[in-house]
Design a protein around this ligand. Structure first.
Ligand code: BG6
Length: 484
């Protein structure tokens, strides 16, 4: 079974960088699934554009191999694949020269939805945007899709925003943060704003603290050169973790509409307080049985870049004053596990004599793997022996609750690309949000650079450096175990 069909209009989608890694791993296999679910109207076209001298047949062959490798179980649908490939075209293009632009201009139609996916280095964004206009390919309704990294600090992000704004209106720009396309991330909004139960408790009267963990088992091998210039703060916190933080902390928007949601997220980012360096722990993984150390992976024996970071953040507003948000993310950790946990306060008073345990309600939202939620509640332990209380999870693992359908849940990329075609910007970052996020992270990065802060070495396959555990222990709290 494939996902529910929501009709979209006929479109031309041009993928600059159409032969690249992202296009082959994510974008085209995702579009293939959408084709199978009937969301690619007849006549719609996907046009790969890149430097390689390929013809349509060569490109179709490349993409059919990519789908065989990355397309999952749908890739065995050979009839479907044939139909999909017929909708692919290819143009060899020189982003910085004139080659290929006339061919592209002839292909792209003006009377259907037009989207241009810039799956290329940000240094080419300006050239592409300009040539799309000088060659009269883009029009005032065209949409462009850009990927992170969206700058490496406030200044470069501003420059990128200005480059794009010179040619496109903000309503035409779709900045992808693929975490916003994840099923459970959207569920976070459904849980918060679709239930009566949680909203009255979602504040500093009832919440003790919130934890956000995004742990990965992979290292940086293969992308060490890029990663060593960014580190976990730029690669994960400034975008993915901050987006999660926004969704968990924002005020209810007036409606589920792009600017209403993004206005509320922006307010959260602006309310983030500066962090004292004692509340930031940076780490670097050591060599382990499964792989080399960070420094070997990054091929930089003197690297001070962090592959792990943990921080205690505060949001200065009425709802969250005094509630710490502990966030952490790292590579080569003990399990791949992303989870948001809301820990509610202790009961002020117990009526059950002899019960000295600390009972707390804990809501955890698991983004990956085993997407789902559980709510820890306190009940009477069944059987004789009086009122003995135990804490049990009310577990809603989506795979159990929803059966088959969960397997067919769309990948983040395909969902987001279809939103581009539908013209829905709700799950995309607005320019001011990106800038506000850098405005908050820049001084933190500058702080540790000025101090020549050396990251703490942690064992590969662990939960990160001990100092990260101490970050919470000092406050009388502890991290949730990282379980895959
Ligand atoms: C990317 C980061 O944005 O997200 C990678 O650049 C990271 O370093 C990846 O591994 C994690 O994404 P996911 O979807 O696997 O959690």
């Amino acid at each position: 079974m494939v996902s529910r069909v929501i009709p979209v209009e006929e479109f031309d989608l041009v993928i600059f960088g159409g032969t690249g890694d992202l296009a082959r791993r994510k974008i085209l296999p995702g579009l293939f699934r959408r084709f199978l679910s009937g969301q690619m109207p007849a006549g719609s076209r996907i046009i790969g554009a890149a430097r390689s001298e390929l013809d349509n047949a060569g490109y179709r062959k490349m993409i059919s191999e990519a789908i065989a490798e990355f397309g999952g179980k749908e890739s065995s649908n050979t009839k479907g694949l044939e139909g999909f490939l017929q909708q692919l075209e290819y143009v060899a293009i020189d982003a910085r020269g004139e080659g290929g632009w006339r061919d592209l201009a002839q292909l792209v139609r003006d009377d259907v939805v037009q989207a241009f996916y810039f799956s290329v280095a940000p240094s080419l964004f300006g050239d592409l945007a300009e040539r799309l206009h000088t060659n009269k390919i883009a029009n005032k309704n065209s949409r462009i899709v850009v990927e992170k990294p969206f700058g490496r600090d406030l200044e470069s992000a501003r420059a990128l925003n200005e480059t794009l704004a010179a040619h496109f209106h903000e309503r035409q720009i779709y900045r992808i943060d693929h975490y916003l396309g994840k099923e459970t991330v959207q569920n976070l909004m459904a849980v918060r704003f679709g239930n009566m139960l949680f909203e009255p408790l979602w504040n500093n009267h009832y919440v003790d603290h919130i934890q956000i963990t995004v742990a990965e088992t992979v290292g940086v091998g293969g992308r060490g050169a890029y990663y060593d210039k960014s580190g976990a703060m730029r690669d994960m916190v400034q975008n993915h973790l901050m987006q999660l933080l926004c969704l968990i902390a924002m005020e209810p928007p007036g409606q589920f509409e792009a600017d209403a949601v993004r206005d509320e997220k922006l307010k959260v980012i602006r309310a983030l307080q500066p962090i004292d360096h004692h509340h930031i722990v940076r780490g670097q993984y050591d060599a382990g049985p499964d792989g080399p150390s960070y420094r070997e992976d990054a091929e930089n024996e003197r690297s001070f870049t962090e592959s792990f970071i943990a921080m205690r953040c505060h949001i200065a507003n009425w709802r969250w004053a005094g509630v710490p948000f502990y966030i952490r993310t790292g590579k080569r950790m003990k399990a791949r596990s992303s989870e948001i946990t809301v820990v509610f306060k202790d009961l002020g008073h117990t009526i059950f004599e002899g019960d000295e345990a600390r009972h707390r309600n804990i809501l955890s939202i698991r983004l990956q793997p085993n997407e789902g939620m559980d709510l820890q509640v306190t009940i009477k332990e069944p059987g004789p022996g009086g009122m003995r209380l135990i804490d049990v999870p009310l577990d809603m693992t989506f795979a159990d609750a929803l059966g088959d359908t969960v397997e067919d849940v769309a990948d983040a990329y395909e969902r987001l690309i279809m939103d581009v075609i539908r013209g829905n910007q709700t799950l995309f970052m607005r320019g001011d949000e990106v800038e506000a996020a850098w405005r908050w992270t820049d001084p933190l990065i500058e702080g540790w650079e000025a101090r020549n802060d050396v990251p703490k070495i942690y064992d590969a396959g662990s939960s990160g450096p001990d100092d990260a555990l101490m970050l919470m222990h000092r406050d009388g709290r502890k991290w949730r175990d990282i379980k895959g």
